[in-house]
Design a protein around this ligand. Structure first.
Ligand code: N7H
Length: 487
């Protein structure tokens, strides 16, 4: 019924279409590489033997949702849930093929380890972090215990996650009413979080103000060939279970992916105050430009998305908006296969994007094991005038972080634990990632932020990004929902 109403509204032209974009429910910032057309994706998939009809929509498309609801639930009656999942929910679950076409709403579903057990699915999926759950990983991830966690994440009773994306919250809400009325008493809501792309010119930017979603890997069998310059290319098995380069898995797990969800609160007024108070004092720069440079060097990109390695002193919005040029760097000089590990004048070794993708710092060709597809979205309102005036966060906002990979210990968990939180990565005394590096709440030393004095250390006493916890899920293939999970 709901879908009929939606398709009627659609056929009346009541939903905006973006020329050249896939579904109208997705944003399409010019800084991000375009999604492949349906035809190009089908050709890439057929060459790689990938079935995009079988892969849930959110896994490969990146940070493009306009509005997205994360609905966490507990399974109260497994028998009823399975029956309804197979008969009424499955037809609503959106595939990758469908989202490249023309949908007005997308629904995906994923299960935690305890959720699979609740469904009597006890096969091991070959991922110990998934089986243990994120709560068991809190210390490894650098969280200062779980006192800052959303209480509902402290426990193991979140069995599943539904992701509902559209271009309006009204459509999301009506879809949720439909889905929850289908599932009735077979589930209970545990928690939900509404995400939304930021408004107006900030669309595509995260809450600190930086263009996001630029650099996601090209997955063989999905993304356009050739990839954008500088884009990592990964075999499908790095993201999807049971595909090329992945380890042996139960047959039904093929084409699924592990989804790491983290609610990451961002202290935006405090971050801005830190930049204002500590401008980089470089000849020719105003204090404001010095503050902007500090922020850009903490991230490795300017607010426009332009990489500091290519635009070391001031932002270059044209470069930032150009998806062919804005990722075309390795941290090494042209023709070199290894970065100069003593020179960080153009980009600190500790910069967020350099920590989580060191490119030539580890030598080229780039290692392809530690890549994730980031699919998150901002949540929470814009900074209010009061918050800006008092330099204090009063209303929570942040990033509903989503990462897909076929192995959590090689993907999200590896990046957070062994790279961002590791004072000695990519080499001795680099310091913490100033954005996401976590030291269990203790202060963090970051080196290399000042281009005029690379031996100057910065001590961060505030975590501008704070973990509110999360959970690990398995986002199964559509055929697994139709068989293993619903019978
Ligand atoms: Fe990060 N930020 O605004 O500072 N991230 N990130 N991230 N991140 C990236 O290149 C941000 C987080 C990655 O391929 C950009 O697309 C914020 C976690 C990876 O060169 C910006 C939060 C993890 C990349 C941000 C956050 C990662 C990346 C530049 C939390 C993994 C691509 C845009 C609130 C553990 C690197 C772009 C590459 C880029 C920000 C979280 C990983 C602006 C605010 C937890 C792999």
């Amino acid at each position: 019924m709901k879908l009929t109403i939606l398709s009627t509204l659609t056929s009346l032209g009541l939903f905006t279409r973006l020329a050249g974009a896939a579904s109208p429910i997705l944003i399409n910032p010019s800084a991000q590489p375009q999604l492949p057309s349906l035809k190009a994706a089908k050709a890439a998939a057929s060459a790689a033997g990938l079935d995009l009809d079988n892969v849930q929509a959110d896994i490969l498309i990146g940070m493009r949702k306009n509005k997205e609801l994360f609905f966490f639930f507990e399974i109260a009656n497994a028998k009823d849930f399975k029956a309804k999942l197979g008969s009424d929910i499955l037809p609503l679950v959106t595939s990758t093929t469908q989202i490249l076409g023309n949908v007005t709403v997308a629904l995906n579903i994923a299960f935690s380890h305890t959720g699979l057990l609740a469904l009597n699915v006890s096969d091991t999926l070959g991922d110990p972090d998934f089986s243990a759950g994120q709560l068991a990983n809190a210390a490894t991830l650098g969280d200062p215990g779980t006192t800052n966690w959303v209480p509902q994440f402290v426990g193991t009773n979140i069995h599943g996650l539904m992701l509902i994306a559209s271009d309006t919250v009204d459509i999301i809400n009506s879809t949720l009413v439909n889905v929850t009325s289908i599932l009735g008493d077979s589930i209970t809501e545990v928690y939900s979080l509404q995400g939304a792309a930021r408004p107006g010119p900030e669309q595509g930017h995260e809450h600190f103000g930086f263009q996001d979603g630029i650099s996601n890997p090209a997955v063989v069998g999905f993304n356009a060939v050739p990839p954008k310059p500088g884009q990592a290319v990964v075999p499908p098995g790095q993201i999807l279970l049971g595909e090329d380069s992945d380890i042996a898995r139960p047959a039904w797990a093929k084409d699924g992916s592990f989804l790491a969800f983290r609610q990451l609160k961002q202290l935006v007024p405090e971050f801005n105050k830190f930049l204002t108070d500590n401008p980089i004092n470089e000849p020719g720069l105003t204090p404001q430009q010095g503050s902007d440079l500090l922020g850009a060097r903490m991230i490795g990109r300017w607010k426009s998305g332009a990489p500091v390695f290519l635009a070391p002193t001031v932002d270059n919005p044209e470069l930032g908006a150009n998806a062919t040029l804005n990722n075309d760097f390795t941290f090494a000089e042209p023709g070199q296969t290894k970065s100069n590990l003593t020179d960080q004048t153009k980009c600190p070794f500790s910069a967020h994007i350099r920590k989580v993708r060191p490119r030539a710092d580890l030598g080229l060709p780039e290692n392809t094991t530690h890549h994730i597809v980031r699919g998150g979205i901002p949540y929470g309102p814009e900074v209010t005038a009061d918050e800006a005036a008092s330099n204090t966060t009063e209303i929570e906002r942040g990033l509903a972080f989503v990462a897909y990979q076929s192995n959590l210990a090689n993907g999200f968990q590896f990046m957070q634990h062994l790279w961002a939180n590791n004072f000695n990565f990519s080499h001795a005394a680099v310091g913490f990632d100033p954005i996401i590096g976590a030291n269990m709440g203790a202060q963090r030393i970051v080196n290399g932020l000042d281009p005029t004095n690379s031996s100057r250390s910065t001590t961060l006493v505030t975590d501008f990004v704070q973990s509110r916890g999360g959970e690990y899920f398995f986002s199964p293939s559509i055929s697994a929902i139709a068989t293993m999970l619903s019978v």
